[in-house]
Write a protein that binds this ligand. Structure first.
Ligand SMILES: [Cu+2]
Length: 120
């Protein structure tokens, strides 16, 4: 009977250990990053947050005061360069990616952050 008890205990430990190992490459694992994005108003906020919601992104929030964009994304599904490029395509400069003239000129006048006219 003692052997059986050991076998059950051993089997239980194996299950626990294999669960822990598989948990390490859990597809639901996420990373959080922050980078600076230029913008002025709540319209910018909506535009920036929508632009960065590409495949693999779970959550995005841009702070109008600090100009920092927080992004939570699936580990390995997307990287910071792709995220910054997506934001730049919407017309907003980021730390490492500058929006094209074409993309920038599509922004409404109140969002013209490069001109430093609007500080609302
Ligand atoms: Cu704006």
């Amino acid at each position: 009977m003692k052997t059986l008890a050991y076998l059950i205990l051993y089997g239980f430990l194996l299950v626990v250990i294999s669960h822990r190992i598989s948990g390490q490459d859990d597809p639901k694992k996420t990373d959080t990053i922050q980078f600076r994005v230029e913008g002025v108003c709540t319209m910018c906020k909506t535009r920036i947050e929508n632009a960065v919601m590409i495949k693999g992104v779970k959550f995005a929030e841009w702070n109008k005061e600090s100009h920092m964009l927080t992004v939570i994304f699936r580990t390995g599904k997307v990287d910071q360069t792709e995220l910054e490029q997506a934001v730049a395509e919407a017309g907003h400069d980021t730390e490492n990616e500058k929006a094209s003239e074409n993309a920038y000129n599509k922004l409404p006048g109140c969002c013209a952050y490069r001109d430093h006219v609007n500080t609302h």
